[in-house]
Design a binder for this molecule. Structure first.
Ligand SMILES: [Zn+2]
Ligand SMILES: [Zn+2]
Length: 116
């Protein structure tokens, strides 16, 4: 029975495959994922691990709704919660608010155009 799926290092719980990847291939770029090339998440052989940008990773897994989206406000990549993948458009409550006020400005302009 695998006892250590997660390793605790410097107070942070890290996934074993990320630790193994870094030990063999060097640091993982910030925000990147470590992908299991053969599709088996338990095969943590260094040769089976590959660092991918979140977008590349989503593409590889053919996610219907990408795991990672680009925020429509600030352009930053973000990972919406699985239940909100389809609708999420912004990375943070701040950006959501900016998006909403931009929509409100547009609505207001449309209303004024209607009124003449
Ligand atoms: Zn993967
Ligand atoms: Zn944003």
């Amino acid at each position: 029975m695998p006892r250590y799926k997660k390793l605790k290092i410097a107070g942070k719980t890290l996934s074993a495959h990320r630790v193994i990847y870094e030990q063999h291939h060097g640091p993982i770029p910030t925000g990147w994922h470590v992908h299991h090339i053969d599709g088996d998440p338990l095969n943590n052989d260094p040769a089976n691990l590959q660092a991918l940008s979140p977008r590349e990773h989503s593409r590889l897994h053919n996610d219907r709704h990408p795991r990672v989206k680009a925020c429509e406000v600030c352009g930053r990549d973000f990972e919406p919660p699985p239940t909100k993948r389809k609708r999420a458009k912004s990375c943070s409550p701040e950006c959501a608010r900016a998006l909403m006020s931009a929509a409100a400005v547009k609505r207001e302009a449309a209303r004024r155009a209607l009124v003449g």
